[in-house]
Design a protein around this ligand. Sequence first.
Ligand code: FAD
Length: 408
Amino acid sequence: MSTDRNIVVIGGGPAGVWAAIGAKQQDPAAAVVLLTEEHCEPYEKPPLSKAVLLGKRVPGDALIAGPGGLAGHGVVLELLAQCAAVDRSARAVTTMDGRRFPYDALVIATGATVRDVPQLPPGMPRVHYLRTEGQARALQADLQACRHLLVIGGGLIGLEVAASAAELGVKVTVLEMLPRILARVCDDETAAAVFAEHQRHDVDIRVGTGLADAAPQRDGRIAVTTTAGEGIAADLIVVGTGAKPDDRLAAAAGLAVDDGIVADEYCRTSDPAIFAAGDVVRFPGPHGPVRQENWRHAQDQGSVAGHNAAGAAETYAAVPSFWSEQYDLYIQGTGWRTSNPAARVRRPLPGKSMLMFEIAEGRLVYAMGINAQRDLAIARRLIERKTPVDIAALAEPEQPLAAMLKAK
Ligand SMILES: Cc1cc2nc3c(=O)[nH]c(=O)nc-3n(C[C@H](O)[C@H](O)[C@H](O)COP(=O)(O)OP(=O)(O)OC[C@H]3O[C@@H](n4cnc5c(N)ncnc54)[C@H](O)[C@@H]3O)c2cc1C
């Protein structure tokens, strides 16, 4: 059925782009507009902390919508369109510069923003955050003359930056407040393998240690004191302390928010004309409301939100997955972690490869691996299909995982 409905999407990340494309696919007659506060066609963020810093890619060179951009999908792109307000009674979005976009259905995909560090006040020179292509350009330029980089935070992005800088020959120190790195995303053994790889590249990771104080010096460096009382003279600081959902616009519009925009399984917010997708959303997961911060979730949930904004009634129940690249390690996780799985087994693999499975009620619920892309893809399907698994076979490398897909 074709309509002449107006669909507006806010946000130029993967969730927004795939919502806009999904809406157009669902209802080709709809007028679909994507509003982004940035100055350029929406681009992929994952290369910014990896290939871009290594000089192998140009920031912003990979367009999310493909080489033809959003126009190639029939979507109108409005650049430098920072949304100031959503007027729900009039069903219109206004931008900071006074543009007004009426909608029949709206998708909010404003993503996440960096967490501020109180010891590093805004505007402090030689302190970098990494979420946009502009920030990647600035960091890449400053890294050229950097001898000692200090990374605050031993999470995925902080460690990717650390790995890239180490590969460029820069001395790197990482401060992680928690007792180990990657605490939010990795089990102990996988995190230990990543830690060891950083050590092999002479990256100095100090766990259980935070930033106590930072003061710019006359020589251009920053004098840092750690919570352990140690002093570090850094040329540059990169903040990788995680992100928080950017739900300000939604909250100001009176939508239900709870550390993220609250949406149901149809990606519908507390206003039935407004949908939400991506890093900014808290949605129903198998163990209660959750937020996800990864590329695949943003893409998959964006598509569902876009379809539904254009009249479909799809539910979003995708199995989450993330990946990270550090040195020659390709780290992946897929599924839903639980605090107390019935069993956790490792499948021995050669070299730097690793594979770990978590099982609950006879089914695989989570898998994590290093350099085991093929196995992780099969594990994801086992999780999606809720296929019963044999724990002994999972631990046995001679038993092909693909054969388990056939189990009833
Ligand atoms: C450097 C980096 C590396 C990453 N690497 C990986 C990886 O290897 N693997 C992985 O799985 N994930 C990775 N991620 C995470 C992944 O990129 C995010 O989960 C994903 O981008 C989230 O998509 P999103 O569309 O929800 O939000 P975002 O990508 O954050 O996009 C939100 C957009 O909304 C715009 N916006 C916000 N407010 C407004 C407003 N008021 N008006 C207009 N526009 C607005 C923002 O400018 C932004 O462009 C990485 C992220 C970063 C930053």
